[in-house]
Design a protein around this ligand. Structure first.
Ligand code: RFL
Ligand code: PHB
Length: 389
């Protein structure tokens, strides 16, 4: 089999890239390890930046996002028993949309299949070959049969645990940057009405908590936990007691409880692997970089990576120039490092570090107080949050 672009992974990065290329008349094949049902039901991100919304809309896959997603014009920071609103729209002229990642995935899969795009689910044993030549290949198994796919380029959109990054050739310039945080997030899905019209990011000595939403009847809540803890240690009663304690406040606001129908724990890391290109192999999205979810940037970065790549590939096929493709890694990394910085800052600002001295805890509170009292600092946070750069 032969195609122009072989894409590994049908996450937001791989599917959107395949769709953007299709709109430019460039052919691709997406190879995905999991089933369609699985990728369409895995609960992950919720927050889409304005730029992400714009790209999805321009690409013709934003209709459900616009009608079913919730446009948010602000977020709240909660600490010392009070809530403080950061007015994103007033400070930046932009907003965010809360629309679940698996719904974005459903929209993209539907668009690829409607256009007779080639997305192969449940492939196994994906291996990359000859990536540093003009005829790279991918071998894989599908339905028990062994296949080889030849392409002009291979794009690794296969997430943090994929095979593309390990297939990048060792070279002097290759560098990995990493920070693993000493805490994780306990995430729950709850059947209830929203407790708040906007997301609440709460700092508390017992640990961080986040009140987010999914739909008018399903809410998404998180709280900082030990990354090695197990969901079975947390009864529903214990979860509610912990969330109420962390979200305590003096203004009478109260978190709504409901039936908890999913619990999970995720680890937290910052990670960047550079460069994002070697010969005919490129990386995009979580395959190349991870942010802790506190800044809500991961999916948005994946989208901006593939937008750059799509432009580079379009230039290659239209004009025969590799200039944009060769500039991809540097261009993408400029934005990635700023998002890494913001995600690290939000994580540092809002979480409780077990080894922090009393002095450092006061500094954390003072920084929060500065943000909610200084229009300049609030604007900096808002610009980063909506991705206004
Ligand atoms: P994905 O989504 O991990 O997709 C990779 C796909 O590749 C497949 N795959 C393979 N396929 C074939 N062969 C192999 N060998 C393969 N190995 C892997 C996988 O099955 C998968 O389908 O990467 P992509 O496309 O780069 O997208 C990245 C985003 O998923 C991620 O950054 C976000 O979910 C991060 N994130 C958030 N991002 C935001 O922008 N806003 C948020 O509000 C937000 N909240 C979150 C988040 C991530 C979270 N978790 C679970 C880490 C909240 C959470 C809790
Ligand atoms: C979510 O709704 O899953 C979510 C929202 C904001 C974040 C992270 C996750 O910062």
């Amino acid at each position: 089999m032969r195609t122009q672009i072989a894409i590994i992974g049908a996450g937001p990065a791989g599917l959107l890239l395949s769709h953007l290329l299709h709109l430019e008349g460039i052919e691709s094949v997406v190879l995905e390890a999991r089933s369609r049902t699985d990728i369409e039901s895995t609960i992950r991100a919720g927050v889409l930046e304005q730029g992400t919304m714009d790209i999805l809309t321009q690409a013709g896959v934003g209709e459900r996002m616009r009608s079913e997603g919730a446009l948010h014009h602000g977020i709240e920071l909660a600490f010392d028993g009070a809530r403080h609103r950061i007015d994103l729209s007033e400070l930046t002229g932009k907003a965010i949309t809360v629309y679940p990642q698996h719904e974005v995935i459903k929209d993209l899969v539907a668009a690829r299949l409607a256009a007779k795009g080639s997305v192969l689910f449940e492939v196994a044993d994906v291996e990359l070959h000859d990536t540093q030549t003009l005829r790279p290949r991918v071998s894989y198994r599908h339905g028990g049969e062994a296949y080889t796919l030849e392409a002009d380029f291979i794009i690794g959109c296969d997430g943090y645990h994929g095979v593309a990054r390990p297939a990048m050739p060792a070279q002097e310039l290759r560098k990995n940057f990493q920070r693993i945080y000493p805490f994780g997030w306990f995430g729950i899905l709850v059947e209830s009405a929203p407790s708040s019209e906007e997301l609440i990011y709460a700092q508390h000595d017992r640990g961080y908590a986040l009140v987010s939403t999914r739909t008018p009847t399903v809410q998404r809540l998180y709280f900082q936990c030990d990354p090695s803890d197990h969901v079975d240690n947390w009864s529903d009663d214990r979860i509610w007691a912990e969330l109420h304690a962390r979200l305590e406040n003096h203004d009478g606001w109260k978190l709504k409880e409901g039936h908890i129908f999913q619990k999970n724990i995720i680890g937290m890391r910052s990670f960047v692997s550079t460069p994002m290109q070697a010969g005919r192999l490129f990386l995009a999205g979580d395959a190349a970089h991870i942010v802790p979810p506190t800044g809500a940037k991961g999916l948005n970065l994946a989208v901006s990576d593939v937008q750059l790549l799509a432009r580079g590939l379009e230039q290659f096929y239209r004009q025969g120039s590799e200039e944009r493709l060769n500039g991809y890694s540097d261009a993408a990394l400029k934005r990635i490092w700023r998002a890494e910085y913001f995600s690290w800052t939000m994580t540092r600002l809002l979480h409780t570090f077990a080894d922090a001295t009393p002095f450092e805890r006061e500094m954390q509170r003072a920084e929060l107080a500065n943000i909610v009292n200084s229009r300049a600092m609030a604007t900096a946070l808002a610009e980063n949050y909506v991705g206004a750069f």
